[in-house]
Design a protein around this ligand. Structure first.
Ligand code: NAI
Length: 306
């Protein structure tokens, strides 16, 4: 198949793209014609320190330029999201694509987790993504076009030992993205979320060498690239991927049971109906809007005593 998808005329911001997944996304978008703001403040995996002018962002910009692409470095913290967006506007006059990718880890069991561990992880992942997206949003609305990707994690979707702070932040991003998918839809702004697996400095210490190779971040970027493309129909979806495996994840709700409200509802009625409440063997649904739950209650209003 020929390389038909391109991003000619599009401007992209990729946060935390001085290495790992962000770098791979930036290289792919730039190789297909996007002008890319390569944001990275440097620093270690725990979000401590910065690396100044010889920053990872500079290296990725140099790589992109050496391959004939266009890119500019930005060294701001995602918490200063307006400055990152300003770099796109000052350099390229607009923004079309935003990949919220910057991230840090402060792994420890919940028992040992400090409030600082919690706050730092929340700040970089959730507040940082909020700040960059919030600064970009008016421009995307005004031009009636935008493609956003948020980087969650299977740790957020399923939970993971030692990552209470990270899991909280990652599932928070999914909630944010799903809401923006609904608010942005009529402006042709599409927001999707990925839960990737990749061999990067975040994971190379815990994975075997061969696995790290198979989990090359470059295998995640093609799906991310498609989510950033104008032809992609997806909006408000979650994708789990890595090492050449690509999948979509969705919620599933049991049919459940509706108990009459006539005489109130006892604890024992819940116990008696536990099997039905937790039965996924048939008539399950995959809800995509929050208000769907109310539709279940409406027919039950008739059982309310006057
Ligand atoms: P990485 O550590 O190589 O990349 C993260 C980048 O974000 C670093 O270059 C770092 O300097 C930058 N960064 C950190 N704080 C920043 C801030 N406040 N402002 C600007 N830049 C900042 O790690 P990796 O694996 O490439 O992670 C990328 C994203 O993917 C992260 O959000 C991570 O949580 C997520 N992720 C990664 C997985 C993996 O298997 N590698 C699994 C699930 C999610």
């Amino acid at each position: 198949m020929s390389d038909t998808l391109n991003y000619e005329g599009r401007v992209a911001i990729v946060t935390g793209s001085g290495g790992g997944l962000g770098r791979a996304h930036a290289l792919l978008l730039a190789s297909r014609g996007a002008k890319v703001v390569v944001n990275d403040l440097g620093g270690d995996m725990q979000g401590r320190g910065t690396s100044g002018s010889s920053s990872p962002a500079d290296k990725v910009v140099a790589e992109i330029k050496a391959a004939g692409g266009e890119a500019v470095a930005n060294y701001d913290n995602v918490l200063d999201g307006d400055k990152i967006v300003q770099t796109a506007l000052d350099t390229y006059g607009k923004i079309d694509i935003l990949i919220n990718n910057a991230g840090i880890l402060r792994d420890t069991s919940f028992h040992k987790m400090t409030e600082d561990d919690w706050d730092q992880v929340y700040n970089v992942h959730v507040k940082g993504a909020f700040k960059v997206t919030h600064a970009a949003w008016p421009h995307l609305r005004e031009q009636q076009y935008g493609r956003l990707v948020f980087t969650a994690s299977s740790s957020g979707v399923y939970g993971n030992f030692g990552q209470a702070n990270y899991a909280m932040a990652k599932l928070g991003l999914f909630g944010l993205a799903q809401t923006l998918a609904q608010e942005g839809g009529k402006y042709n702004i599409k927001c999707n979320t990925i839960a990737p697996f990749a061999g990067s400095r975040m994971t190379e210490t815990i994975l075997e060498e061969k696995m790290v190779k198979a989990l090359n971040p470059g295998f995640v970027s093609p799906l991310v690239g498609y989510l950033c493309h104008e032809d992609c129909p997806a909006n408000g979806n979650l994708f789990e991927l890595g090492g050449g495996w690509y999948s979509q994840v969705r919620w599933e709700r049991s049919e459940g049971v509706t108990l009459p409200l006539t005489h109130g509802i006892s604890l024992e009625q819940v116990v008696d109906n536990w099997g039905k409440i937790t039965d996924f063997s048939s008539n399950t649904e995959h809800p995509i809007v929050a208000l769907a739950g109310f539709q279940k209650v409406e027919p039950n209003l008739a059982t309310l005593p006057d």
